[in-house]
Ligand binder design. Structure first.
Ligand SMILES: [Zn+2]
Ligand SMILES: [Zn+2]
Length: 371
């Protein structure tokens, strides 16, 4: 079968032929993919940011998102039958260990982030899914009702925005919420925020004008956008905006204005620093971004602010909630998909996704041929 692999050498990825995976454990299933996509984490791996994967003796099929049809099942599979259409969670969970029982599936002792990381992933014609009873979702009943493009967003980015952004951020009614980063995770967070909560204002912060405009045009015309390239100081700008929203005198900066929740969706020091600068007393900083370098925590400024900081890798326990919201027309992630490709064009899809700002790309949909 054809697969997109990282060969352990930073900067290198290639399409190659490898054997179709087989059932290894009785809790495995083999899924024949019908669609997959590329995530920012795949780009981190290829850049060499995940040192454990930089081993040229250990090539890996990338990808942890996908939809497909069950082709083979192990003897201990209870929930699925051959031919079922399934959504693949980016997180593998056994459903039984201490972390799974705490809804911390990303730390599952027998699973966690395995696909496209410690085992072969979904950017191939077939994938082996371990612990399939708890790591797949049957979407047979949504066939022809919800577009596959929307369903695919449930593998990773929608639960990520919802669980690690808004749930961890403890959003309350009338909060002023800032989202730092208007890429796929930032926009996923935005649509979950609008679906599940009633914030007073949403402020979307990015350098890229076209992304800010895209979010405003396609998802929420009421959001306030800040282009970091067009202002001199983000703290002053936020304090001005929040003073205005809260009807306070903006000249009295000792009023400690700021946002109630700052959701970090980028993963670089500057964006986390922005969160530290703009958070109001009692606020919550929810970090989603994948960080590769050390960041200074400004505890000398924050210690008396009564804030919370949360971090996390998605657990995907919210997939069914999100699916029901899509099914009930309360949430529509379809417009996150800006580009379509066939699987044999996956290198082209990577090129577009790697240059997502230039290409005005949020998320790609990669379709497999039905042969
Ligand atoms: Zn991902
Ligand atoms: Zn577990």
């Amino acid at each position: 079968m054809n697969a997109l692999i990282y060969n352990g050498i930073p900067g290198q990825k290639l399409v190659t032929k490898i054997p179709i995976p087989e059932i290894i454990e009785e809790t495995d299933v083999i899924v024949k993919l019908s669609s997959t996509t590329i995530c920012g984490s795949d780009l981190h791996i290829i850049k060499g940011d995940l040192s454990e994967m930089n081993n040229s003796n250990n090539t890996r099929v990338l990808g942890h998102e996908g939809i497909g049809y069950i082709q083979k099942i192990g003897n201990l599979i209870e929930n699925f039958e051959i031919g079922d259409k399934v959504l693949i969670s980016c997180i593998t969970s056994c459903g039984k260990c201490i972390y799974c029982l705490k809804n911390l599936q990303s730390h599952c002792i027998n699973g966690g982030w395995k696909l496209g990381h410690t085992i072969n992933g979904t950017q191939a014609q077939y994938v082996r899914i371990p612990h399939a009873n708890h790591s797949l979702y049957n979407i047979e009943g949504f066939n022809g009702i919800i577009e596959d493009e929307s369903l695919l967003m449930l593998s990773d980015i929608l639960p990520t925005g919802y669980e690690i952004g808004t749930i961890n951020g403890h959003i309350k009614n009338n909060d002023i919420v800032a989202i730092i980063g208007a890429g796929s995770i930032g926009i996923s967070t935005l649509i979950c925020l609008k679906t599940f909560y009633n914030p007073k204002s949403i402020i979307l912060i990015d350098y890229n004008e076209s992304r800010l405009k895209f979010a405003q045009d396609e998802f929420d015309t009421d959001i306030i956008t800040i282009n970091l390239g067009k202002i001199t100081n983000i703290k002053d700008e936020i304090f001005k905006i929040t003073s205005n929203i809260n009807n306070l005198d903006s000249k009295r900066i000792n009023l400690n204005q700021g946002v109630d929740v700052a959701i970090e969706c980028v993963g670089v020091p500057e964006s986390f620093n922005t969160c530290q600068e703009i958070i109001a007393p009692g606020g919550r900083i929810a970090n989603i971004g994948v960080h590769g370098v050390k960041i200074d925590l400004q505890l000398q400024k924050l210690w008396d602010k009564n804030i919370e900081i949360s971090t996390g890798l998605v657990n995907t326990y919210s997939i069914l909630d999100l699916l029901n919201k899509i099914d009930g027309n309360f949430l529509n992630p379809l417009k996150l998909i800006t580009h379509h490709f066939k699987f044999d064009e996956i290198l082209k899809a990577y090129e577009i996704f790697e240059n997502s700002e230039r290409e005005k790309c949020i998320k790609v949909f990669i379709e497999f041929d039905n042969d």
